[in-house]
Write a protein that binds this ligand. Structure first.
Ligand code: G3P
Length: 215
């Protein structure tokens, strides 16, 4: 499973890159707004740090403007893919960008049928939002599993990104069903490393090591 970080925070991206586990980055308008910096500058900075796919979201709501925005953003760096929301104009823009050779990450996916349409339109990635589905009483990971099955049935090349990941269990569940990519917030990545028994084990080993006579 590829691991992306879901953030626009440069320090967090650098830190996770240093762990040797980072395959890409996803951003969204809310994450960019949190950093309080110019959108294109942040995306360019991320592209300098990470050698892998980076999602930058278009904010237009008509197909023509989405394509224009997508073409502009894709000029920043060859690793940039364009995040577009699933909607009729999003599908139209996806097909046009696909024909231009530009990757689209179709976002705000909440159902298997939305993912099917995105794949048919030529999206390189679909991003089902697991946590936001859980929030309203659905099992978000079931939607991800259904999407995986559908893509498998028809040999779609579109990769599934488990997004809106809220805790380490989501990551384990995504990996268990064989999702292509999980995009994970920084705090969840930090939680994934830790286990109280690991801390306890390290403390015990160090304490015992301290008791050994050294020559
Ligand atoms: O980047 C999209 C997605 O991961 C958002 O997550 O936690 O705001 O639902 P969240």
């Amino acid at each position: 499973m590829k691991i992306f970080i879901d953030t626009a925070n440069i320090d967090h991206i650098k830190e996770i890159k240093s762990w040797g586990i980072l395959d890409g980055v996803t951003t969204n308008p809310s994450l960019i707004a949190k950093e309080g910096k110019d959108f294109k500058t942040v995306v360019a900075e991320i592209a300098e740090i990470v050698d892998g796919p980076i999602s930058a979201e278009a904010v237009s709501m008509d197909a023509e403007s989405m394509v224009r925005e997508g073409l502009e953003l894709s000029q920043i760096h060859p690793n940039i893919n364009i995040k577009l929301p699933i909607c009729v104009d999003g599908l139209k823009a996806t097909r046009i960008l696909y024909e231009e050779g530009i990757d689209v990450n179709m976002t705000l996916i909440f159902s298997p049928q939305q993912a099917l349409l995105a794949a048919k339109a030529g999206a390189r990635y679909v991003s089902p939002f697991v946590g936001r589905l859980d929030d309203i009483g659905h099992v978000g990971m079931d939607v991800v599993a259904d999407i995986m099955n559908i893509f498998d049935n028809y040999d779609f090349d579109t990769e599934v990104i488990a997004a809106s990941i809220r805790h380490p269990l989501h990551v384990a569940q995504a990996a268990a069903i064989g999702v292509d990519i999980a995009t994970i917030p920084y705090d969840v990545l930090k939680k994934m490393v830790s286990h109280p028994k690991t801390d306890e084990g390290i403390d015990k080993f160090l304490a015992d090591w301290g008791k050994i006579k050294k020559h």
